[in-house]
Write a protein that binds this ligand. Sequence first.
Ligand code: HEC
Length: 271
Amino acid sequence: MLRTAIFLCFALLGANVHAAESTYPLDPMKPNLDDKASLQRGMRNFMNYCFGCHSLKYQRYKRTAEDIGIPESLMLDHLVFDPNVRIGELMQNSLDVSHAKNWFGAAPPDLTLVSNLRGGPDYIYTYLRTFYEDDTRPFGVNNLVFENVAMPNVLEPVQGVQQKVCKDIPKIAENGGEMMDPLSSEYITEKVCGQELIERGYSPLELVSKGELSPKEFDQFAYDIANFLYYTGEPARMHRFRIGGFVLLFLAFFYVFTWLLGREYEKEYHS
Ligand code: HEC
């Protein structure tokens, strides 16, 4: 009993240390599984920029091709890079997890189900857009929603480089007013960087060197990846409503016969 309690304490502690939870508010994205073009672009982006490190090992190429409307031959020609892989296989990469752990300090997790964790697709969408330059980190970048992340910013060529904005902002006194120097009647300021800026209505990050895409185009790029991972999180979601309709129709139809049968039985009870 005591051992279990001690184990639980450590397990909880461990979970806390690892989570690197951040208070940064997530930017909402509305997933849309009817937008096949977005899902197709999302898969293209994923295979080109993420699949080298992150597998989708609970998802098959064939099922994905059918669901998001990519002809199998096109998928094999353009999105499956290993010529030995067949269309019916699971989407696994050739990354060796123990090597990856040494390279990055953490193994890149499988992302098939990641959209069901934490903030869902909003989290992925925000995460991809909030890498910023940080010289203290091994890869020179940090992230607003995943502090001290071990992933390099692989989308830097596409997005450009972001830095935390720092501003001199008037200090707030205890009574909520802005602090002023009584002699010079100038505001007393403090340097605020990044996250806290949001609360004061300033953007926490600014683009300091441009990438291949404009910020708006990059938002779409990240949206498409998040939308695609929302799909892989539960592919059945796409078909659920359609099947649900049939099931309800069937039940309605079946009810008539059950009712008729029930009526027959009832006759026997009372006779
Ligand atoms: C060079 C290898 C590499 C590439 C390429 C890469 N990642 Fe990562 N990624 C990592 C590593 C390593 C981690 C683990 C970070 C950690 O635990 O600190 C990670 C973590 C993540 C997480 C966080 C999962 C969590 O548990 O919160 C997400 C989401 C993610 N990556 C998405 C992507 C997407 C989307 C792409 C493509 C645009 C991508 N990654 C490309 C290495 C990579």
